[in-house]
Design a protein around this ligand. Structure first.
Ligand SMILES: NC(=O)c1ccc[n+]([C@@H]2O[C@H](COP(=O)([O-])OP(=O)(O)OC[C@H]3O[C@@H](n4cnc5c(N)ncnc54)[C@H](OP(=O)(O)O)[C@@H]3O)[C@@H](O)[C@H]2O)c1
Length: 288
């Protein structure tokens, strides 16, 4: 188990972070075990989110029995007596959302779960789910590179649902550390992402250079600019950047002190009016 990743989580806690996100599929139990071990000394001061509903073949499974089994395993992996936020990781076309949320609501009644969330859900699914049991949060990809969740915001406002922005650094593209796809290990997910394809990669690299210049003028790093842009989009949005590196964690947290000016936001909008070139990693079912 990575000691560095545990240190990264503990550094985040020292710097005031109170929410940690994981999922069954992040290492099929290993990610949850790591988070559980890292937060053990301060478990009561923080909230933990985990997710069910994916299969090892990258399919989906929200069958009621499967949900119950996965949640019981997550409680063991995390070594906690309740999960603060339970997400369905992806909609399952084979199981009506009402049935899924019905099982999730039973888990709340049983004391195993506190709050419910959906990830990458459609407006229709959100409304139907919310009618069965309050949905507290929607988690969806959102960054300067992936802006297609914006049309969902009025519905979240109407229903009083918070928004968790995942991959807020565009899976590492919005950092000074991005490299061409073939520089990563063979089979790395970036080799399958349009942002890293030719010719998109070079166009997106140019966008990153121009964004970094805006950050430089302001005296903030590119990841800090990317995170403060998200924070400027609404006070119901919480970005969850991922890093195994304690110093990068500290750098990212410092973005909470950066309030971008209207002029800086306008310049970012000019540079990336609709996000990156190429589709993001997950399809956007609400745009179909
Ligand atoms: N609901 C879903 O379907 C879903 C899907 C994907 C992700 N997520 C959640 O969102 C979280 C974050 O997403 P993500 O990890 O895909 O993407 P991300 O946060 O956009 O980017 C993470 C990448 O950026 C690097 N990085 C982070 N901070 C940096 C900094 N200051 N300077 C340079 N590089 C930096 C990390 O490398 P190092 O580790 O080396 O720092 C890592 O390669 C995940 O941990 C997960 O909890 C949810």
């Amino acid at each position: 188990m990575s000691t560095k990743a545990v240190s990264a989580i503990r550094r985040a806690h020292d710097l005031g972070v109170t929410h940690y996100d994981t999922a069954e599929m992040y290492g099929w139990g290993a990610g949850e075990q790591l988070v559980g071990r890292a937060i053990k000394p301060f478990r009561d001061d923080v909230t933990i989110a985990t997710k069910f509903g994916m299969t090892k073949q990258f399919g989906v499974n929200s069958h009621p029995d499967h949900i119950r089994q996965v949640v019981d395993a997550s409680l063991v992996n995390l070594d906690v007596d309740h999960i603060d936020v339970l997400y369905q990781h992806r909609l399952d076309p084979a199981v009506p959302i009402e049935d899924v949320v019905g099982v999730m609501a039973d888990l709340v009644t049983a004391g195993k779960v506190r709050y419910l969330g959906l990830s990458e859900a459609t407006p229709d699914a959100l409304r139907r789910a919310h009618a069965v049991h309050p949905i507290s949060v929607l988690q969806t990809e959102f960054s300067i590179f992936a802006q297609d969740a914006i049309p969902l915001f009025p519905l979240l406002d109407e229903l009083g649902i918070g928004f968790i922005a995942y991959s807020p650094l565009a899976r590492g593209f919005l950092t000074g550390a991005v490299r061409a796809a073939d520089c990563y290990e063979r089979g790395d997910f970036r080799q399958f992402m349009e942002w890293w394809n030719t010719p998109n990669f070079h166009v997106n690299l140019r966008i990153v250079e121009r964004l970094a210049a805006v950050g430089e003028e302001r005296g903030v790093s590119l990841p800090q600019l990317a995170l403060s842009w998200i924070l400027a989009q609404g006070d119901f949005i919480v970005p969850i950047p991922g890093s195994r590196n304690p110093d990068r964690v500290a750098e990212n947290i410092a973005a909470t002190d950066v309030e971008l000016t209207d002029d800086e936001l306008r310049r970012i909008a000019d540079i990336a009016p609709h996000g990156a070139h190429g589709d993001r990693g997950s399809p956007s079912p609400w745009l179909d």
